[in-house]
Design a protein around this ligand. Structure first.
Ligand SMILES: [Mg+2]
Length: 257
């Protein structure tokens, strides 16, 4: 409802979401998640990273959480060697680690300079994330599994999050997303939302601490048009509204009675 009301508000005002929500700048960096899944071989990871780099994108993400941290470290090492020092390589553990394994994993990954380690621990373990953040120089990223603004506040106040990944679809819409982003800004922490690039491109563009859009093209089947890219940067849509061109026929085809 909140997102629909923002859409109506933007259309009535004749403004695109990125401008009405803050209007910081229209183009934002993109990182690719599509080439980094845990089941892919190391060769595939390297190919995906080189493809993103060639396209002019500033970052890629690889999933971690293999049975032994040495295997994750080896996959990251291979990618780092292929792309050189400048490309940002995000890592994502999807809440798979225990406290002790997360400490070991972070230590194994550190030499290859990951841009962040995402959801190393279960999302409700805030003190665990704070402890890990103190023990590693890799920034800790959280947010895709947080559903309320006070959780973000506690993560930030305790130093447990160095990157906030609020997801508008999970936190209750654009209004609470902006509150989470502004709360992060007050702690000098960047916001790099999880998933839903078609909407989040406009929100990252709106706020000064918006840093990255995550490239996961999983809404292709129900939308028309592609995320606009210019010189390796995503461009927030200029049309009035939230900027998503839904394919209503494709959505109707998926209706369950
Ligand atoms: Mg994630």
């Amino acid at each position: 409802m909140d997102t629909a009301l923002w859409d109506a508000r933007c259309k009535r005002a004749g403004e695109p979401l990125w401008r009405l929500a803050g209007g910081h700048r229209q183009q934002v960096p993109v990182y690719d998640t599509e080439g980094g899944w845990l089941h892919l071989t190391t060769d595939d990871l390297v190919k995906g990273a080189l493809r993103a780099q060639k396209a002019g994108w500033a970052g890629i993400k690889i999933k971690v959480g293999k049975p032994h941290p040495a295997e994750d470290a080896e996959r990251l090492r291979a990618v780092r060697e292929a792309v050189g020092p400048a490309l940002h390589i995000m890592t994502d553990a999807n809440q798979s680690q225990t406290m002790s394994s997360a400490l070991r994993l972070a230590a194994a990954l550190e030499p290859y300079d990951p841009y962040w380690i995402e959801e190393p621990l279960p999302a409700d373990d805030i003190s665990g994330h704070a402890r890990l953040a103190r023990a590693t120089r890799i920034p800790v990223a959280v947010g895709e599994s947080l559903y309320a603004l006070p959780q973000f506040r506690t993560y930030l106040e305790t130093g447990a999050a160095s990157v906030v990944q609020a997801d508008a679809a999970r936190i209750g819409g654009i209004t609470p997303w902006l509150k989470a982003a502004h709360t992060a800004e007050s702690h000098n922490v960047m916001v790099c939302p999880h998933f839903l690039m078609e909407l989040h491109v406009s929100l990252v563009a709106a706020v000064p601490n918006g840093r990255y859009v995550e490239h996961i093209p999983q809404l292709r089947a129900v939308t028309r048009g592609e995320l606009a890219m210019r010189d390796g940067m995503a461009v927030a849509p200029d049309a009035p509204g939230i900027g998503i061109d839904w394919d209503m026929d494709a959505i109707d085809d998926r209706r369950v009675a």
